[in-house]
Design a protein around this ligand. Structure first.
Ligand code: FES
Length: 177
């Protein structure tokens, strides 16, 4: 075997090895692509609707148990249960709940959203640059008595416009007793 044939042989071998590695790297992406084409979107994408439990599972106040998983906080007062979408209406940061102040505090530019001492406030933008209160997430009671929240539908109160916070779906009415 002369020198030229040897070089061709080595170059060919390298090309085959490179192609093999490339295929291995690309394979998971191809499989994922094919799976996504075959499966309905409801299986491949996280659902925006999720159960949060019975209204009785929540004490009066703010419940943050779904903040990490679904970016919402559940608020209960004497009359209503509603779900706040924890997305600052200024530029979208996630506010923290500050229990000592009964306010949500946005860590980005200092906006505050006030709930009032009896949690009967509107989560109104009471300090900082946020232009409107925190949005509320659509809620309904399913056939099992569980509250289903859906972040795909939000209720807002834009400045100088009608509040949607009393619309059906913006809250669950609670009977006193
Ligand atoms: S994003 Fe919240 S104050 Fe700017």
């Amino acid at each position: 075997m002369n020198r030229r044939k040897m070089i061709c042989l080595v170059a060919g071998g390298l090309a085959v090895v490179t192609a093999g590695i490339g295929s291995l790297v690309a394979l998971p992406s191809v499989v994922l692509f094919l799976l996504r084409r075959r499966l309905p979107e409801s299986i491949t994408e996280p659902s925006s609707a999720f159960r949060i439990g019975s209204p009785l599972d929540f004490a009066v106040g703010v419940d943050t148990r779904f903040l990490q998983s679904h970016r919402v906080c559940v608020v209960r007062n004497t009359n209503r249960l509603y779900v706040l979408f924890a997305r600052c209406t200024h530029q979208g940061c996630t506010p923290d709940w500050v229990v000592q102040e009964n306010k949500f505090r946005c860590p980005c530019h200092g906006s505050r959203f006030c709930l009032g001492s009896a949690f009967d406030g509107d989560g109104i933008n009471c300090e900082g640059p946020a232009p409107r209160p925190l949005d509320r997430v659509d809620v309904e009671i399913n056939s099992e008595g569980q509250v289903v929240a859906n972040t795909a539908k939000l209720y807002q109160w834009p400045k100088r416009e009608r509040s949607q916070f009393d619309d059906p779906g913006a809250y669950i009415p609670l009977t006193q007793g």
